[in-house]
Design a binder for this molecule. Structure first.
Ligand code: NAD
Ligand code: WQD
Length: 349
C-alpha cells in the first residue's frame, strides 16, 4: 500500500483520480484550498470507494504556496501510513485561459511558485516521485496533427507559459540529482464524469469549456450553445478536439504512478488523449442523443487563440504505460449527463 499526497484532489480530474487510487488500495492525503472545488466532491469519493475507504482518505485544507500547509500535508501522510509520502500527484493549479490573460501574476504565482514550493517540500521530505498535470495547451497552434510529444512547445497564453515553466523546472530537477521519478502528463480535453453521476465537473460561473457548456444548455441552465467559428478547415467547419473521458484519464494516472514506482528514476513525458478527433457539432449532436434534450446552437465568430484541430498521438503512453482510452464520445456524453441531470447546480445545490 502506498502513501500518496494529492494536491488539488477535490477538483474535477483530482476527484476522479482519487477514487481510482482509493479503489486500487492506496492511502491518500488531499491538499486543496477549495479555490475551485468543494469538499463535498471528496465526501462522495469516499462513499463511492466503499466501506473502509474513508479511513484511507484525509483532507487538508491549505494552499500549495504555503510552506506551513505543505508541512501539514506531509505530516498527515506520515501519520496516515506510518511512513513518509511515497509519491505526489500534483493537480492543484489554475486553468482558465482567458483569466490567465487578464491575471498573469496570479497564474505564475499559483502554477509556478506553487509547484516550486511543492517540489522544495518534496525534496525536504525525501519524496522524489511526482506525477504532474501538464496540458496539450503547450503545443499552441500545432504544426502537425496528431501531435507527438516531440512537437514544438509554443504556448500562446500565460496559462500555457506557466505550465511550460513547470515542465522545465521538473526537467531541471530530474537532471540535478539522481533519484527523481517524474511523469509530465499532457492532457488533451478531459470531459465526462463517473458513471454513477455522483461526481463530475462543477465549473464556477459561465463555463469556458465546451462540454460543461453543452451540458448546461441540455439541462436548461443556459439558452444556447455558441459555436466559435463554422469556417474552420475541418470536415464540418467546426473545431476538432481530442476529448478524453475523465475516468480514462484517472486510470492513466494510476498507470503512470505504477510505472514510476516499479521502474527506476526517469522523466516521462506523455500525451494523454484518445487519438480521435470530434468536432463541436458532433459533440452537440452526441449530447442531444445521450440526454434526449435539445441543444440549440448558433454559429458565431471564431474565439481568439483557438486552433482548428488538436488531436493527440497517444502511442507513447500506450507503449510506456500499457494504457489507452477505452471510452468513446457516447460514453462521455452519457456519464456527463448522469452527473449534470442529477446535480443541475453542481455540488453546492
Ligand atoms: P480544477 O480546478 O477542477 O482542479 C484544480 C484543484 O486545485 C481545485 O480543487 C482547486 O481548488 C485546487 N487549487 C487551486 N489552487 C490551489 C492552491 N493554490 N492550493 C491548493 N489547491 C489549489 O481543475 P481540473 O480540471 O481538475 O485540472 C487539474 C489540473 O489539470 C490542473 O493543473 C489543470 O491545469 C490541468 N489540466 C486540466 C485540463 C482540463 O481541461 N480540465 C486540461 C489539461 C490540464
Ligand atoms: C473545445 C472546442 C472551441 C466553447 C481548453 C484549454 C486547454 C485545456 C483544455 C487546460 C473548441 C469550441 C468551446 C463554446 C465552442 N485546458 N467551443 N463553444 O480550447 O480545446 O482547450 O481546455 O489545460 O488548455 O485551452 O477546449 O472546451 O474550450 O473548446 O464552440 O462555448 O469547442 O472553439 O473548438 P480547448 P474548449
Amino acid at each position: 500500500m502506498t502513501n500518496l499526497l494529492i494536491t488539488g484532489g477535490a477538483g474535477f480530474i483530482g476527484s476522479h483520480t482519487a477514487l481510482v487510487l482509493l479503489e486500487a488500495g492506496h492511502r491518500l492525503v488531499v491538499l486543496d484550498s477549495y479555490a475551485n472545488s468543494s469538499p463535498e466532491a471528496l465526501r462522495r469519493v469516499a462513499e463511492l470507494a466503499g466501506p473502509g475507504a474513508a479511513a484511507r482518505l484525509q483532507l487538508i485544507e491549505g494552499d500549495i504556496r504555503s510552506e506551513h500547509d505543505l508541512e501539514r500535508a506531509f505530516a498527515a501522510c506520515s501519520a496516515l501510513g506510518g511512513k513518509p509520502a511515497d509519491a505526489v500527484i500534483h493537480f492543484a493549479g489554475l486553468k482558465a485561459v482567458g483569466e490567465s490573460v487578464a491575471e498573469p501574476l496570479r497564474y505564475w504565482d499559483v502554477n509556478l511558485s506553487g509547484s516550486r514550493q511543492l517540489v522544495g517540500a518534496m525534496q525536504a521530505h525525501g519524496c522524489r516521485t511526482l506525477v504532474f498535470s501538464s496540458s496539450a495547451t503547450l503545443y499552441g497552434y500545432p504544426e502537425t496533427v496528431p501531435i507527438p510529444e516531440t512537437a514544438t512547445i509554443a504556448p500562446i497564453n500565460p496559462y500555457g507559459h506557466s505550465k511550460a515553466a513547470v515542465e522545465q523546472l521538473l526537467a531541471d530537477m530530474a537532471a540535478s540529482e539522481p533519484g527523481w521519478r517524474i511523469a509530465r502528463l499532457r492532457y488533451f480535453n478531459p470531459v465526462g464524469a463517473h458513471p454513477s453521476g455522483r461526481i463530475g465537473e462543477d465549473p464556477c460561473g459561465i463555463p469556458n469549456n465546451l462540454f460543461p457548456f453543452v451540458s448546461q444548455v441540455a439541462v436548461g441552465r443556459r439558452e444556447q450553445l455558441q459555436i466559435f467559428g463554422g469556417d474552420w478547415p475541418t470536415p464540418d467547419g467546426s473545431g476538432v478536439r481530442d476529448y478524453i473521458h475523465v475516468m480514462d484519464l484517472a486510470e492513466g494516472h494510476r498507470a503512470a504512478l505504477d510505472v514510476l514506482l516499479a521502474e527506476g528514476p526517469q522523466l516521462l513525458t506523455l500525451n494523454l488523449g484518445s487519438g480521435q478527433g470530434h468536432s463541436v457539432l458532433e459533440v452537440a449532436a452526441a449530447f442531444e442523443a445521450a440526454s434526449g434534450r435539445p441543444v440549440p446552437l448558433k454559429i458565431v465568430e471564431r474565439r481568439p487563440g483557438d486552433a482548428a484541430i488538436t488531436v493527440a498521438d497517444p502511442s507513447q503512453a500506450a507503449q510506456r504505460l500499457g494504457w489507452r482510452t477505452s471510452r468513446g464520445l457516447a460514453d462521455m456524453c452519457r456519464d456527463g449527463w448522469a452527473w449534470q441531470s442529477a446535480n443541475p447546480d453542481g455540488y453546492e445545490a
